[in-house]
Design a binder for this molecule. Structure first.
Ligand code: SAH
Length: 209
C-alpha cells in the first residue's frame, strides 16, 4: 500500500457524529495520519508490532496501523459513543481487507491505566486532548503513553514544544523525529466559527533511552 492509498483509505472511515467538547474530540486529518504512520513504518515501528491507540476516538490512527501490518492494536477510549463508531469502522475494515491482527477495545478512562494492570505494547500512538478543557490532559496522556511503551508517537500543540521536549527528557525519552503541521480543525465543536480553522500541531516520535 502506498502512502497516498493509505490516506485515501483512511479518509473513508467514519468520524465523530457529535464531537464532545469536554473530551476535546477531533479526528486526525487522514493526510496527516497517513504521513505520520508512513514515516513510523519506514522506521520499523508498525509492521508486526503491538500498538496502543490511546484516546482512540473513531480509530483512524489504530486502523492505519492495522492497514500497515501491526500484529496487535489496542484501542483505549473513554467515550462509548465513539467506540460504537470505532466498531463500525473495524467491521468495514475487516470486510475490505484481510486483517489477521489481534484487536482489543478498552472502554476506559486513561486515568485507570496503571503500570501493572495494563499490558504494555511496542508503540503507543495518540492525538490526545490538548488540555484546553481539562488542564494537563496532554501531559497525563503522555505520562501514560510512556508507561505503556518505549516508543511513543504523540501529537500536541506546537506552542507546547518546550514543555513536551522537557517532559520527554525528564522521563528519559529522546526526540527521534519532530514534524509540524497546520492541522485542519473541522467545525465540529460549537465554539468553532469558521468552517475549517487551522491550528499548529506537532508530532513527536519519542524513544526511551
Ligand atoms: N485518536 C482519535 C481521536 C483524537 S481526539 C483521532 O486521532 O482521530 C481525543 C480522544 O481522546 C477523544 O476520542 C476523547 O474522547 C478521548 N479522551 C479524552 N479524554 C479521555 C480519557 N480521560 N481517557 C480516554 N480517552 C479520552
Amino acid at each position: 500500500m502506498s502512502k497516498q492509498t493509505l490516506a485515501f483509505e483512511l479518509s473513508k472511515f467514519k468520524v465523530f457524529d457529535d464531537a464532545k467538547q469536554n473530551l476535546e474530540q477531533y479526528s486526525t486529518d487522514s493526510e496527516i495520519a497517513a504521513s505520520i504512520l508512513w514515516d513510523a513504518q519506514m522506521q520499523g515501528w508498525i509492521k508486526d508490532k503491538s500498538v496502543i491507540d490511546l484516546g482512540a476516538g473513531t480509530g483512524i490512527l489504530g486502523i492505519g496501523c492495522l492497514l500497515l501490518g501491526a500484529k496487535k492494536v489496542t484501542f483505549v477510549e473513554i467515550d462509548s459513543d465513539s467506540i460504537n463508531i470505532l466498531k463500525e469502522n473495524l467491521e468495514e475494515l475487516k470486510e475490505k481487507f484481510d486483517i489477521t491482527a489481534e484487536i482489543v477495545i478498552e472502554n476506559t478512562d486513561i486515568k485507570n491505566i496503571e503500570d501493572k494492570t495494563f499490558e504494555k505494547a511496542d508503540v503507543v500512538i495518540q492525538n490526545p486532548p490538548f488540555g484546553t478543557q481539562e488542564k494537563n490532559m496532554d501531559s497525563l496522556f503522555l505520562e501514560k503513553a510512556m508507561i505503556l511503551a518505549d516508543k511513543v508517537i504523540t501529537m500536541h500543540k506546537t506552542v507546547t514544544k518546550e514543555f513536551i521536549d522537557n517532559f520527554s527528557a525528564k522521563h528519559n525519552f529522546q526526540v527521534f523525529r519532530y514534524y509540524h503541521y497546520n492541522y485542519p480543525l473541522k467545525m465540529s465543536l460549537p465554539q468553532h466559527k469558521k468552517t475549517i480553522e487551522y491550528i499548529k500541531v506537532s508530532c513527536w516520535l519519542l524513544v526511551k533511552d
